[in-house]
Design a protein around this ligand. Structure first.
Ligand code: NAP
Length: 354
């Protein structure tokens, strides 16, 4: 069974590894990964593997090397449980490997969870697998790519509304060209009435792409942060770039009502401890907002809203996204390498089939 190991101390370095298949115990099933997406989000899983705990999902058994999680579809190829049958397709969270052994437990509807003991204390959203009919390569690719990221964009929009936009006049979105960032711009743009302006911040080279989305009132490059209007603001940061954060906090200072740290797409420019003007950044963790909404609204409601929301934005994806299809784990290693080195083109959506 082939898999890609990431060097946990130097996450740009990967090794193709091959391990002997273990035989299944009673209650287990073997899933063969068939199709998955790779974006900056997966690089961030590696970069924050110890701090947030992403290395804990799929222990590699090799000191200093980890298996990075990906979202995608797998097929049940062997089963020693009544919870799943051979041939079924499941959508969910997988290691960057040809196969995963889980301990499936059906929990109702189309949902099963992996009841493996090492996953028991990890956020439940990552342990869920949803039975799925096999769809076209394009539909599966779009779901693997966009569902997890646009779900976060939707939850961010919901959380901003839930907090009355922190009485701000503008929401500034860092790394607005990322799929998570552009999704937030698009969900905010749908609001009517909308009490805030949408300001997209991005690299100079990605400015035209963000402008072309048509969702922002203003698009600024990181070089032009000092042109931000000094009005009550919320910063929602997908970039995690220490210099950008520092300049923005200094410029907005006491009109900055809230600073949300969502991601580190500029993972190599991130600094964990930083002295900043204005409010201390607070980490936004999408699974926590899901749990909050489950408590507020009862089970199933937030999941339904997320599902409608990401599909709505995905409908016009062909105007801002080019699906890039790749085949095989070797190709996945190349895509991961390009993403980790910041060579991503925001229009590209990389999908790997095995
Ligand atoms: N907290 C949560 O729950 C949560 C959930 C989902 C995603 N996220 C985070 O959101 C971020 C965006 O993820 P995504 O998958 O949506 O990204 P993506 O679509 O792959 O983003 C690509 C964009 O990221 C920037 N970028 C990527 N790598 C870079 C590098 N090495 N140096 C400089 N810029 C780079 C560029 O945007 P710009 O030029 O616009 O900066 C690029 O256009 C990730 O850090 C991800 O982990 C967090």
């Amino acid at each position: 069974m082939k898999r890609i190991l990431i060097d946990q101390a130097e996450i740009k370095a990967t090794t193709m590894d091959e391990v002997v298949r273990t035989s299944l115990e009673n209650g287990q099933a073997r899933l063969a990964l068939r199709r998955f997406a790779l974006t900056a989000n997966n690089v961030t899983y590696a970069a924050t593997g110890f701090v947030i705990g992403y290395w804990k999902f799929f222990p590699s058994g090799v000191e200093g090397k980890g298996l990075v999680p990906v979202w995608g579809f797998a097929e049940v190829v062997e089963s020693r449980t009544d919870s799943v049958t051979v041939g079924e397709r499941l959508y969910g969270f997988f290691p960057l490997a040809e196969e995963l052994v889980i301990t499936p437990e059906a929990v109702g509807g189309a949902v099963i969870v992996d009841a493996a003991t090492h996953r028991a204390n990890l956020p439940p959203v990552y342990n869920r697998y949803v039975r799925s009919r096999e769809k076209s390569a394009r539909d599966e690719g779009l779901q693997a790519l966009l569902q997890p990221l646009l779900a976060t964009s939707y939850l961010l929009c919901d959380w901003l509304e839930d907090n009355a936009f922190f009485n701000s006049e503008q929401v500034v979105i860092g790394s607005a060209s990322s799929k998570t960032g552009l999704g937030l711009c698009k969900f905010l743009a749908e609001l009517a009435p909308r009490p805030v302006k949408i300001v997209g911040l991005t690299s100079e080279g990605n400015k035209a792409f963000v402008e072309g989305l048509g969702a922002c009132d203003t698009v600024l490059s990181y070089d032009d942060i000092e042109q931000l209007e000094q009005v009550p603001s919320v910063y929602v940061d997908m970039a995690g770039n220490a210099t950008v954060k520092s300049r923005l906090h200094t410029h907005l200072d006491n009109v900055l009502r809230h600073s949300s740290a969502v991601g580190t797409s500029h993972w190599d420019q991130f600094q964990r401890k930083q002295a900043l003007a204005g409010p201390k950044p607070e980490f936004f963790f999408a699974p926590s907002q899901i749990e909050k909404r489950r408590a507020d609204w009862g089970p199933g409601v937030i999941e339904g809203r997320i599902s409608d929301a990401w599909k709505r934005i995905a409908e016009d994806a062909s105007s801002w996204l080019d699906l890039r299809d790749h085949s095989g784990l070797d190709a996945a290693a190349e895509v991961y390498d390009a993403l980790a080195r910041g060579k991503a083109n925001p229009r590209d959506g990389h999908v790997i089939s095995l």
